[in-house]
Design a protein around this ligand. Structure first.
Ligand SMILES: O=c1ccn([C@H]2C[C@H](O)[C@@H](COP(=O)(O)OP(=O)(O)OP(=O)(O)O)O2)c(=O)[nH]1
Ligand SMILES: [Mg+2]
Length: 145
């Protein structure tokens, strides 16, 4: 289990895994009043959380499939990227892709956060890349079946 330092400036419980092997920690809206999302509207929803991820880790803010299926609510910039050196408040950029208003209430679980390892890379400029079976084929070039 990875230890992550957190400052909770809000009034919600810390994010938690819904089940034993959940990959994502559910993030709750930390609001003084509900946010109404009209169709196609977006809003940056605060969580009250500030975290310090260890070096070599990022966090991804992903939609909850239930909100997407039932209400057309998703994370506009999914997967949102939380950098290890970010110390600001974690926020969730929700968008309403339904034809109905959606109300985000205080304490609602609006998204999930997956913590993952990443590598920083350096580029080595070369004149030719190694040959592969795929070559430059892409965008469906291997067919459908
Ligand atoms: O869904 C998100 C995405 C980002 N962030 C915070 C953490 C992240 O480390 C920072 C910057 O995010 P990003 O790199 O995606 O935004 P940018 O538009 O590239 O801004 P910047 O120039 O600040 O990197 O904003 C969030 O709180 N929620
Ligand atoms: Mg950036």
């Amino acid at each position: 289990m990875l230890n992550i330092k957190v400052v909770n400036t809000g009034h919600q419980p810390l994010p938690a895994y819904a089940t034993h092997q959940s990959a994502g920690l559910d993030l709750r809206a930390n609001l003084s009043e509900p946010i109404v999302l009209h169709p196609l509207e977006r809003a940056l929803v605060p969580t009250g959380l500030h975290i310090a991820l260890p070096d070599g880790y990022e966090a991804q803010v992903r939609p909850r499939s239930g909100l997407a299926l039932k209400h057309g609510i998703t994370v506009l910039n999914t997967p949102g990227t939380i950098d290890a050196d970010y110390r600001g408040e974690l926020k969730v950029l929700l968008v309403n892709f339904s034809n109905d208003d959606f109300v985000v209430n205080d304490g609602e679980r609006i998204a999930q956060m997956v913590v993952a390892r990443y590598e920083q890379v350096q580029f080595e400029t070369v004149s030719v890349l190694d040959e592969t079976e795929r070559g430059e084929g892409g965008y469906g070039h291997t067919g459908v079946k």
